[in-house]
Design a protein around this ligand. Structure first.
Ligand code: ZN
Length: 256
């Protein structure tokens, strides 16, 4: 398959001195607040956490056919899974630092082809610390029908609103898709992506992964519900407001 992201990625990334490198060189200057790039080596734990999240995504069968990718905010950019590597072979050095301007070190691996929408997700959500994207089976089935998941179950509120919307389709790896993802994530913590999959953000990697798993469960329930061929009973806006209010206090485990 032609990869429109490939040529663009190369021209922006490989061979380019990233802004973060320049920032590191400046870090001896008396204004440490100017650089948000942490010290070399401090990223090891986060690189390991990205790998562990990717592995858990595989183990929980959330990423069929090696689909999906994971990132964590780091400095002025993010640490993201590389393109075209099986998760079980990942080493910390394989995780790619992509700066906020979309550049990465010439020595680094090539980041996932979906790096643009990971960056746009962090742009859209200043408080987000991690992004998980998958082609999980049921979320993808519902997304390929172009359906928004309505409030058929109160747990739909776990994505932060009264439904789980499906953002419009655009080619993977493009700025167009990155803009659509950013738009969707301004309103919800997770969205379906038409003819593609789903994306979830969270304050940290475990939270983003847990939300993606929850969205997959909800999508599976909704798909089975639709298969019954009966009318779907949707909770009222007032009922969902009540649930959202309770979730604010207790998080997604409010029912426990
Ligand atoms: Zn994808």
């Amino acid at each position: 398959m032609a990869d429109p992201a490939k040529s663009q990625s190369k021209s922006r990334g490989v061979g380019t001195v990233s802004r973060s490198t320049a920032a590191t060189k400046r870090s001896t200057a008396p204004s440490p607040s100017r650089s948000r790039k942490p010290a070399d080596g401090a990223d090891l734990a986060t690189r390991k956490a990205v790998i562990e999240t990717a592995l858990e995504m595989s183990r929980s069968r959330l990423s069929p056919g090696r689909s999906g990718n994971v990132s964590a905010r780091w400095g002025d950019g993010m640490l993201i899974t590389p393109s075209g590597m099986a998760y079980e072979h990942l080493k910390p050095a394989d995780i790619v630092f992509v700066a906020a301007d979309g550049t990465w070190s010439a020595k680094a691996r090539k980041p996932s082809s979906e790096w643009r929408f990971h960056l746009s997700a962090y742009d859209a959500r200043a408080e987000a610390g991690a992004v998980v994207h998958t082609h999980s089976l049921h979320a993808t089935v519902i997304a390929c029908a172009g359906l928004t998941i309505p409030a058929f179950h109160y747990m739909v509120a776990v994505a932060g609103g009264k439904d789980i919307p499906c953002i419009p389709y655009a080619t993977f790896g493009t700025e167009e898709l990155a803009a659509l993802v950013a738009d969707g994530l301004k309103k919800r913590n997770a969205c379906l992506m038409a003819n593609h999959g789903q994306i979830a953000v969270g304050p940290d990697l475990p939270a983003a992964l847990a939300l993606a798993q929850e969205v997959e469960t909800i999508a599976a329930q909704y798909a089975k519900l639709l298969a019954l061929g009966r009318d779907v009973v949707v909770l009222s806006s007032d009922e969902m407001s009540d649930v959202l209010e309770r979730f604010k206090g207790y998080g997604q485990n409010a029912q426990n």
